[in-house]
Write a protein that binds this ligand. Structure first.
Ligand SMILES: Cc1cc2nc3c(=O)[nH]c(=O)nc-3n(C[C@H](O)[C@H](O)[C@H](O)COP(=O)(O)O)c2cc1C
Length: 359
């Protein structure tokens, strides 16, 4: 069942969520899009492998992003869509959005803050008809964004990603909410978000598809959420276990051997809770023995920089290299269930088969 996304059509109702730093670049995003889904490149320090990244990280990031979007679209061969995930909290937010649009991204998806300025930034690239989407974790955030976009830019989101408390990486909930034994369900959040979007669907006389994310286990679960009104689902952690995932083999091996009890909630230097593997870095931060960072690449607006307990960019880059001692290994709540390597084709086929069987 294809989904209409702005002026484009998504053949399969499956999104691959952005995974920074470096886990979802052109190879993974292009592979997912080539199977009819929406593949997402994470802009977070996406140029960290460029030669000049140490001297000029911002320039390296934008150059790499431009190349990655073009390459992912080539890999997609027109089958699915290529999106870019830009976090509002990043210093390079506006420049990343504009670079992605100029390079031909089909969609920009923004979270880690309220993307109130996204339509105004996108309007600076006049020829782009890319879809714009916020990531929200409540009906309240969805309503706020719609109100702002309507008032300032006379438009509403082309689709919405609803991220629940079981997602990986930074989470839009309080630490208590994500640590709770009975966290709010995606079904309840979906109802709330659809209700918040209803007046805007009516005003603009168009659907605003909602994709659920965070611990969606398989195609059968996706089918259940679709019965409840979702347009489809976004998956991230399971795509780490693919040949095409852009992480190093060492990083993938660490995430594949994770057990459910290894997964914890950390306080990110950005101030938000995040879900990650308990690793030596987390132990040192909690024990107060982790030295402050010595260098800052000025990546995130709400970071205390050299006063932070650790540099999140460096820790995520260390994780990419599979450095167990120093890395921060983001993962979803269901990471402990994924232990075997596969390919994007296998993952997509499995989700689609389970979804069709459950319909
Ligand atoms: C390793 C990892 C890194 C992530 N990085 C980002 C990111 O940079 N930006 C973002 O918006 N979401 C990020 N996420 C969240 C995912 O895009 C996604 O919405 C969520 O993890 C889906 O849940 P699942 O992993 O249980 O399938 C990350 C998730 C993981 C596992």
């Amino acid at each position: 069942m294809a989904v209409k996304i702005g002026s484009r059509t998504l053949p399969m109702p499956i999104l691959q969520g952005g995974m920074g730093i470096g886990l979802s670049l052109d190879r993974l995003a292009g592979a997912v899009a080539s199977r009819g889904g929406m593949g997402t490149i994470s802009t977070a320090a996406c140029g960290f492998l460029e030669e000049d990244y140490p001297q000029d990280p911002q320039r390296a990031n934008l150059r790499a992003l431009d190349r990655q979007v073009r390459r992912a679209r080539e890999l997609a061969r027109g089958a699915g869509l290529v999106a870019v995930n830009a976090m509002v909290a990043t210093v390079q937010y506006a420049d990343s959005v504009k670079t992605a649009l100029r390079a031909g991204a089909d969609a920009v998806v923004s979270g880690a803050g309220l993307p109130l300025q996204l339509p105004a930034i996108a309007a600076q690239v006049p020829d782009s008809a890319a879809a714009l989407a916020p990531i929200v974790s409540s009906g309240r955030a969805a309503a706020l964004i719609c109100r702002a976009w309507d008032k300032r830019s006379q438009r509403v989101p082309d689709f919405v990603v609803l991220e629940g408390p079981l997602a990986g990486g930074h989470l839009g909930f309080s630490p208590q909410e994500v640590r709770s034994q009975r966290p709010v369900s995606l079904s309840a959040l979906l109802k709330e978000v659809r209700e918040a979007l209803a007046p805007w669907r009516e005003k603009y006389r168009r659907d605003i598809p909602v994709f659920v994310a965070g611990g969606v286990e398989n195609g059968a679960e996706m089918a259940r959420y679709m019965e409840e009104g979702a347009a489809g689902a976004q998956f991230a952690t399971r795509f780490i276990a693919t040949e095409e995932c852009d992480a190093s083999p060492a990083c993938k091996r660490i995430l594949l051997r994770a057990k459910p009890e290894d997964i914890t909630i950390v306080k990110s230097p950005v101030g938000m809770p995040g879900r990650a593997l308990r690793s030596p870095l987390i132990d040192r931060v909690e024990a107060g023995t982790q030295p402050h960072p010595r260098r800052c690449v000025n990546c995130l607006v709400p970071c205390k920089k050299l006063e932070s307990p650790y540099c999140i960019s460096q820790a995520l880059i260390d994780a990419w290299h599979g450095d167990w001692e120093n890395g921060l290994f983001f993962c979803g709540a269901k990471a402990g269930q994924i232990h075997t390597m596969s390919t994007v084709e296998e993952q997509m086929d499995q989700i689609i088969t389970e979804w069709r069987a459950a319909q």
